[in-house]
Design a protein around this ligand. Structure first.
Ligand code: HEM
Length: 458
């Protein structure tokens, strides 16, 4: 699709008027996805939105997104929004900034290098195979699979095994799962609140929130202590983080720093991929032609053997299906930044202090770059089609220095999950299932997705 030239912006971004005091906040809260997509369609690639006392500018042009993401940790910083996550995550990679973030990123990133992921691949595949076998058993009984629930349990189990090896028992797994669900619910409630006053009152919800934080702390600190005492198996992420040393000072991480990084990786690293998998299985059930292609590819590349890390580049259909799924349903559906200095984007002025909102959900549907954007068409991710688009028309993992540190890990587990399930099973939608995306901290399906698995016999 040949993109039309982008219009030249004025110095100030236009935008909807909104209510006195609250501005557009009520409309944004009611349905953020429809509201932001509609605002971009009506006002253009930069839209001013008044949210209570704050003004934010929604940016929806790939070249500007490129500049803002690549100048983060320079001309731009992360926005105050991320402070809402501090009570849970502390100062891990998602929430920290400046020199501390740089040091932590240097310490954590090596744990996600190719060679490390290759060591984790067999364990990840074993966790997936066990679930696929259980789903196969359901197929015999004609029962439905609750796909969101299952994919969350799957990616949490994968993350726990990759981070801690065999160091976590069934009871702790259940406690952790319950606490994670509580925290996510609390963060979703806090997402659009203007003040943090409500979080300090002794309400039952706040008490549950604090209790869940305590459960997570207990488990993570216990694992850190066990790891320091020599119990962290080699090749497991916790072991790598315990051994990581700063190049300049030679210092490693203290317990509190480790706790913040481990919890950040655990939370950032499993709900995101769980949502993508749930949507991908749903879409494959609706598009059996693509499901068949994923299955044929899995059989051609893997036969009936266990997968290895080097198989991943050949699972291209699974990759294209996942990329198209993340175009339609990017789990991190918005990113926020603050301009630290005045900036000009082709003449559009952004003053120092301005909050900038960037939404993969909105840009992934920009009609200048995507034809029939609501349609599921994995062929959009064939190499020549990708080359024809600007780099930041698509950015589910962000970009620049703060790009997702777990991208390759996520792609590995998701490609394996699609390929290994498609190799054995076919999924059909149960009648009446019509999930739509809902914008919480991550993008989730509005209802549980029930699918019927059946053995694949073609
Ligand atoms: C489909 C799965 C995933 C998606 C779509 C995703 C998306 C993103 C995005 C968009 C960012 C950038 C946020 C920003 O710039 O404000 C990010 C950052 C991050 N992600 Fe992911 N992520 C995924 C999986 C993972 C996994 C598996 C892990 C860890 C195991 C992980 C850990 C992180 C961390 C620690 C950061 C912060 C990096 C930094 O600022 O230095 N993510 N992710």
């Amino acid at each position: 699709m040949a993109a039309e030239p982008a219009p030249v912006p004025g110095p100030r971004a236009p935008g909807p008027a909104g209510w006195p005091l609250l501005g557009v906040l009520p409309r944004l809260r009611r349905d953020p996805l429809a509201f932001l997509t509609g605002a971009a369609a009506r006002y253009g690639d930069a839209v001013t939105l008044r949210l209570g006392p704050r003004r934010v500018v929604l940016i929806n042009r790939p070249e500007w997104i490129h500049r803002i993401l690549h100048e983060t940790e320079g001309r731009y910083g992360k926005a105050a929004f991320y402070d809402k996550l501090v009570p849970v995550l502390g100062y891990g990679l998602v929430t920290s900034e400046g020199a501390f973030w740089r040091r932590q990123r240097r310490l954590v990133q090596p744990a996600f290098q190719r060679a490390r992921l290759a060591e984790l691949c067999t364990g990840v595949a074993e966790v997936i195979e066990a679930r696929v076998r259980a789903w196969g058993a359901l197929a015999g009984r004609g029962a439905a699979l609750e796909v969101s629930r299952e994919s969350t349990a799957l990616t949490l189990e994968i993350a726990l095994r990759a981070f801690f090896g065999a160091g976590i028992g069934d009871e702790e797994f259940r406690a952790l799962r319950g606490a994670v669900a509580q925290l996510q619910a609390a963060l979703n409630r806090r997402l659009w609140s203007l003040t943090d006053l409500g979080t300090r009152l002794p309400t039952p919800a706040n008490r549950r929130f604090r209790a869940s934080c305590a459960v997570l702390d207990d488990i993570v600190y216990r694992l850190i202590r066990a790891g320091r005492a020599g119990g962290a198996s080699r090749g497991v992420l916790l072991g790598l983080l315990l051994e990581a040393r700063d190049e300049e000072s030679g210092a490693g991480m203290e317990d509190r720093e480790l706790r913040d990084e481990v919890l950040t990786l655990l939370l950032a690293g499993h709900e995101t991929s769980a949502n993508v998998l749930a949507w991908a299985w749903y879409r494959l059930a609706r598009h059996p032609d693509w499901a068949r292609r994923v299955a044929l590819e899995a059989r051609a590349v893997l036969g009936s053997r266990a997968p290895e890390f080097d198989d991943l580049p050949r699972l291209t259909t699974a990759r294209m299906v996942l990329e198209e799924t993340m175009r339609l349903y990017p789990p991190a559906w918005f990113l926020a930044r603050t301009a630290r200095e005045d900036d000009s984007l082709d003449g559009l002025r952004l003053r120092a202090g301005t909050t900038v909102l960037i939404s993969p959900y909105v840009t992934h549907r920009h009609p200048r770059y995507w034809e029939s954007p609501e349609e599921f068409r994995p062929e959009r991710f064939a190499p020549e089609a990708v080359r024809a688009r600007p780099r930041y028309a698509y950015f589910p993992f962000g970009g620049g220095p703060r790009r997702c540190v777990g991208e390759a890990f996520a792609m590995m587990e998701m490609q394996l999950a699609l390929a290994l399930s498609a190799r054995r099973l076919r999924m059909a939608t149960a009648p009446g299932v019509r999930p739509v995306p809902r914008a919480y901290v991550t993008l989730r399906p509005s209802e549980e997705i029930r699918l019927h698995p059946a053995p694949r016999d073609d």
